[in-house]
Design a protein around this ligand. Structure first.
Ligand code: ADP
Length: 153
């Protein structure tokens, strides 16, 4: 099973989309193994978006990401990293597929409701960045027998 990080961004908080976003991952069949609200310190934003620091829009993204607390979630499942990225949709929300979170719920480039890890390596680093080991929970999800067959797990 893979684990991946989701952040519900300030536009999702301000627009009251926490429940809707969470529901999309739950109904997909993913398992929520960690969740907390937090304010992003400068160092965390700089590390998390290190690949964007030289971009002209980075200052705006940093200000946006620190404008309210965010919700950090860790989701688990078979191929969870790619499954979550498909549920989320592409970065430029107004061009994202209908049915995806960004496609259904947003129009912006910066304001696209959620962050999701983009690879298994990134996911491992990002889950560790946002969660202490004791903040990730292991438990049996009883509905799994109706989500996967044994050979998929
Ligand atoms: P993703 O979040 O889809 O993995 P990136 O890692 O490229 O995409 O970008 C991180 C975030 O920075 C995006 O989700 C978006 O909020 C913001 N961003 C990316 N590109 C732009 C842009 N051209 N203009 C404004 N904001 C952007």
């Amino acid at each position: 099973m893979e684990r991946t990080l989701v952040l519900i961004k300030p536009d999702g908080i301000q627009r009251g989309l926490v429940g809707e976003v969470t529901k999309r991952f739950e109904t997909k069949g993913l398992k929520l193994v960690g969740m907390k609200m937090m304010t992003l310190e400068d160092a965390v934003v700089l590390e998390h978006y290190a690949h964007l620091v030289d971009k002209p829009f980075f200052a705006g993204v940093k200000k946006f990401m620190q404008s309210t607390p965010v919700i950090a979630q860790c989701w688990e499942g078979v191929d969870a990293v790619s499954a979550v990225r498909i549920v989320v949709g592409i970065t430029k929300a107004r061009e994202a597929d209908c049915g995806s979170i960004r496609g259904d719920l947003s129009m912006g480039f910066q304001c696209n409701v959620v962050h999701a890890s983009d690879s298994t390596d990134t996911a491992k680093r990002e889950v560790e960045r946002f969660f202490k080991p004791e903040e990730i929970y292991e438990y049996d999800k009883t509905e799994y027998m109706h989500v996967y067959t044994d050979d998929e797990m």
